[in-house]
Design a binder for this molecule. Sequence first.
Ligand SMILES: [Zn+2]
Length: 145
Amino acid sequence: MQAKEDPALHSRRSLTLRFDIPTSKTKEFWEALKQGRFVTTRCAKCGHVSFPPQSDCPKCMGGEFSWTDLGPDAKVVTFTHVQITPASFVDNDPYIIAICEFAGGPKVLAWLEGVDLPKVKPGMPVKVAARASAEGNPYYVFVPA
Ligand SMILES: [Zn+2]
């Protein structure tokens, strides 16, 4: 005997996020971001530029790296308009998330602010900009160039 399938999706879960993210290996990134610079790691062995910063190269597994400036200039590769927000952003208005590519290589995902949705296009020039959360945590967004 088969159970009757309910055609609707229901959830009564609530979601609370509490986290402490260790930043000892990426301290340079966070300190640079506080100063408005956007940096990441470059593998000393093969030259691969990673984002997010990696202490071990995902391409050659080398463990030596240097810090390199990526920003601020990038271009929109693709984007989406988030109208039904996840629980942790339930107090936010709808927002745009974009994947943007830096001239130095990496593609980075972040919110795109300061532009109306109809004006956003792939190839649009943007700049990465530093922000601080209400808790004082640095984060980054893209804004029109
Ligand atoms: Zn490498």
